[in-house]
Design a protein around this ligand. Structure first.
Ligand code: TEU
Ligand code: CA
Length: 542
């Protein structure tokens, strides 16, 4: 890497520890399992791991409900294992990015156990409490993301506490100085261990003003982040990425303009909402419009300028698999998986790969509510059943968008349970592991893995990929997404046919070099090109 920060030059990889690799046969992925797969990740070429939560937790929301920030969940291993992971990763030039979940804790955290005892307990004000309205009713109509009221009554104190997620995830009171400084101390505990930074869970909620019905982007949000930056990672060579569902480009600049000393970058989710009904929830399905995808991603590519940095992703542990969602997990499985990889990894920003994406893992359709693990899907299932939806309708939504789709165990090889565990896996393994697994990918020079690996190498070896200007090619066929990257007189053209149909693309420039593609027999020349289903390529042009 020649310029910029380390995190501008690398590709990140997200691990959902519960589903990555089990090392002791209890059916649950763990830290020693991750360590045993670091060589694989080094081969892929990544520069950092965003590790979903490994802290002590009763697992109401699979680790996003933390009961001790400075202890490791026993199922995942010990603090010694964690130290070893950080050290072994470092040896391979991989930094560990910890998931910072500080909008809320678990209700089993010692702070909340104390807080709920009495109004004069010193910890009471660590959380957000309100009296009910006169007639014993909830304080107001704030809703939990997982359904139902965001307020739960605590008889011992005669008040309601706020939980924007499940009732086992009480919201911390960020307006309390002591809370903020406890969090900063905890962050420094992890920084001193030599981690590479933090991914900040729903960080846009910490400035909430519940009495004014404000949850995201509250008035004090950026003041708190500037204070946090100064008290913890500011001035250190660490990366931070905020999860910000409500970010527009203007808001993203507030977080990531280097002059403001807040975060390195944020995850924006505008493209993620493109296949839901405008007035509905994510469960209210609508097909993707590729022109809308072009418009949204191009806006983000150009809008941040020097006052921010993009993060690039299709997948994470909350989202369905991209190949099933917007690609084709049947006939054009490999082509569509590679097409989405090329389309994203040639953009400007830091790309994130979610475990299994690099081998084209797919959604796993379920046929009954008993197969669901995820709290969000379970709560929605019962709420919609009550509201009059049919089981079939609800399962269709869950199969399209449910979070378990991303959480099925990593598919390593063709042995039992995909090589994930020798025991009984905590969540069903997708039976297509026999076909889609790491072992098969590594054996095939034309695999999806090989495409990801080559894309990472292209980023490492070409400043153009990291720093080049972005420009959408206008007036292409609706489903063709094409753009230029330009840097110091060099120009690359990226063309992706984002549909299971043929499309024509007129290539105006002289082609100098074919750089990467997803069909073996591509011979790209100037002029009229007949793109096959999901065909994509990158060429250097004049
Ligand atoms: O997600 C934030 C969040 O709002 C999600 O619940 C999201 O709305 C939903 O999954 C969309 O599909 C973060 C974590 O990524 C998620 O896993 C946690 O459940 C949540 O925060 C609470 O910590
Ligand atoms: Ca285990």
């Amino acid at each position: 890497m020649s310029q910029g920060k380390w995190w501008q030059n690398v590709v990140m990889y997200q691990i959902y520890p519960r589903s990555f690799q089990d090392s002791n046969g209890d059916g649950i992925g763990d830290i020693p399992g991750i360590i045993s797969r670091l060589d694989y990740l080094q081969k892929l070429g990544i520069g950092g791991i965003w590790l979903s939560p490994v802290y002590q937790s009763p697992n109401d929301d699979n680790g996003y409900d933390i009961s001790d920030y400075e202890a490791i969940m026993p199922e995942f291993g010990t603090m010694a294992d964690m130290d070893e992971l950080i050290a072994e990763a470092k040896k391979r030039n991989i930094r560990i990015i910890m998931d910072l979940v500080v909008n809320h804790t678990s209700d089993e955290h010692k702070w909340f156990a104390a807080a709920r005892q009495s109004r004069d307990n010193p910890y009471h004000d660590y959380y957000v409490w309100r009296d009910g309205q006169g007639d014993g009713d909830i304080p107001n109509d704030l809703q939990s993301t997982f359904g139902g009221s965001a307020w739960t009554y605590e008889p011992a104190v005669g008040q309601y506490y706020l939980h924007l997620f499940s009732k086992k995830q009480p919201d911390l009171n960020w307006q309390n100085d002591k809370v903020r400084h406890e969090i900063y101390d905890m962050m420094n505990f992890w920084i001193n261990k030599g981690i590479g930074g933090f991914r900040m869970d729903v960080i846009d909620l910490i400035g909430k003003e519940p009495d004014k019905m404000i949850t995201g982007n509250g008035p004090q949000l950026h003041t708190y982040l500037q204070e946090m930056n100064q008290a913890t990672f500011g001035g250190k060579d660490l990366m931070t990425v905020g999860e910000t569902w409500g970010a527009t480009p203007a808001i993203a600049k507030q977080y990531s303009d280097p002059a403001r000393h807040e975060l390195s970058m944020v995850f924006q989710f505008e493209h993620v909402g493109l296949d839901q009904q405008p007035d509905g929830e994510k469960w209210d399905l609508k097909p993707l419009s590729v022109p809308a995808l072009k418009q949204v991603l191009s806006k983000w590519q150009t809008a941040l300028g020097d006052q921010g940095w993009n993060s690039l992703f299709w997948n994470n542990h909350d989202l369905p698999r991209i190949v099933s969602r917007w690609g084709d997990d049947g006939q054009y499985h490999d082509q569509s998986a590679k097409m989405f990889a090329i389309l994203l990894h040639m953009m400007k920003g830091t790309p994130y790969i979610y475990q299994g994406e690099e081998i084209g893992m797919t959604n796993y359709p379920i046929t009954s509510v008993d197969e669901i693990n995820d709290i969000e899907s379970i709560q929605m299932y019962h709420a919609r059943l009550k509201a009059g939806y049919t089981k079939e309708e609800i399962l269709r939504s869950i199969n399209a968008k449910g979070r378990d789709n991303a959480r099925t165990p990593m598919q390593w090889d063709t042995t039992a349970n995909a090589g994930f565990t020798t025991g009984t896996p905590w969540l069903h393994v997708n039976p297509n592991y026999v076909r889609y697994n790491v072992q098969a990918n590594l054996a095939n020079p034309h695999s999806i893995f090989a495409t990801y690996r080559r894309l990472i190498q292209l980023r490492q070896n070409n400043d153009l990929v990291v720093w080049g200007d972005y420009a959408l090619v206008p007036d292409t066929a609706d489903n063709v997404f094409a753009y230029y990257r330009t840097y110091q007189g060099e120009r690359w053209l990226i063309v992706a046919n984002a549909a299971a149909e043929d499309n024509v693309f007129e290539l105006p420039d002289a082609v100098d070099e074919h750089i990467i593609g997803n069909y073996d027999d591509q011979d790209v020349k100037t002029g009229r090109i007949e793109l096959r289903p999901f065909e994509a390529f990158v060429v250097k042009v004049r």
